[in-house]
Ligand binder design. Structure first.
Ligand code: GUN
Length: 286
């Protein structure tokens, strides 16, 4: 069975739209998201365009700030300080990756935790680690858990979640979220011994490594739930650009009980969860 992220994301956005209307009616507040894009990375431009379109569609205020590639770290930090102090801005997102001369960690730390809708600030990571309710949680990991629950039901207790990848954006936070759901969690990565054997233990397999089609059918336990976070560009037989995940969908879909496609799986959920975080930030500001 295909776990359709487009449908689940659409359902979530419809709910958010109603909540945005309610917030306006009761408190005269419209949640505002500002996205900052530095430089000319073409993939980032596509992502940002999608984020802005969907922000507006749920009735939120969306602001885009584009800066030249040569923008300095100091200039970017100064801009963020202004946004931190702007009462109409509830969420701030700086699109990654940043140009090489800018220290990403310094930028992430310059956004106040209350407006850090990416959930990347050390304060929010700490809240997530502690299981505190006030954490703004990274968007892609939230999307992974929602999709797993869509397929398996809300109770994930006792299931073995194997996460392949240990990035700060996906691997680490998603492992904490599945732990909060009472799963047994294994975090595997490129240095793990016998990765296929580890993956075969998974009831829930999350692939977030950025290696096209790495996970094959014989890595997957029959009946497992597979969540594919990978977004990789490869050339197809005709030499055309093709988007694929970290999982070999054609063969793994015959073994798994549920699997997310690429595109149309985790991707749409990431943006929907960004809007969810922005609404939360606006409510907490209130
Ligand atoms: N670039 C790729 N994914 C993300 C994300 O989730 N947030 C930000 N800010 N940049 C990204």
């Amino acid at each position: 069975m295909i776990i359709d992220g487009k449908i689940v994301a659409q359902e979530l956005r419809s709910k958010l739209k109603l909540q945005v209307q309610e917030l306006k009616a009761k408190h005269n507040i419209t949640p505002g998201l500002t996205v900052v894009l530095v430089g000319d990375d073409p993939a980032s431009h596509v992502y940002v365009r999608n984020k802005i379109k969907q922000t507006t569609e749920v009735g939120m205020i969306s602001n885009e700030i584009r800066l030249a590639e040569k923008t300095t770290e100091e200039e970017l930090i100064e801009l963020l300080h202004g946004l931190n102090n702007d009462d109409d801005v509830h969420g701030i997102l700086v699109q990654l990756p940043l140009p090489k001369h800018i220290n990403e960690q310094a930028i992430i730390t310059s956004i106040i935790p209350e407006k850090d809708v990416d959930g990347f600030h050390a304060m929010n990571s700490g809240h997530l680690l502690n299981g505190d309710a006030e954490a703004l949680v990274p968007c892609t990991p939230q999307g992974c858990v929602i999709l797993a629950k869509k397929h398996l039901g809300n109770d994930l207790s006792g299931k073995h979640a194997v996460i392949v990848g240990r990035s700060n954006i996906v691997g680490k936070p998603v492992s904490l979220l599945f732990l909060q759901e009472n799963c047994t969690v294994t975090v595997a990565h490129s240095r793990s011994t016998d990765l296929p054997a580890l993956c075969r233990q998974a009831d829930i397999l999350v692939a977030a490594v950025g290696r096209p089609l790495m996970i094959k059918a014989d890595w997957v336990k029959p009946g497992a739930t597979v969540i594919d976070v990978g977004i990789n560009h490869i050339e197809d037989e005709q030499g055309k650009d093709k988007l694929v995940g970290d999982v070999d969908f054609a063969e793994v879909s015959k073994v798994a009980s549920g699997i997310t496609p690429v595109p149309g799986g985790v991707g749409p959920m990431t943006i929907a969860c960004l809007l969810k975080n922005t609404l939360r930030a606006a409510k907490q500001h209130l």
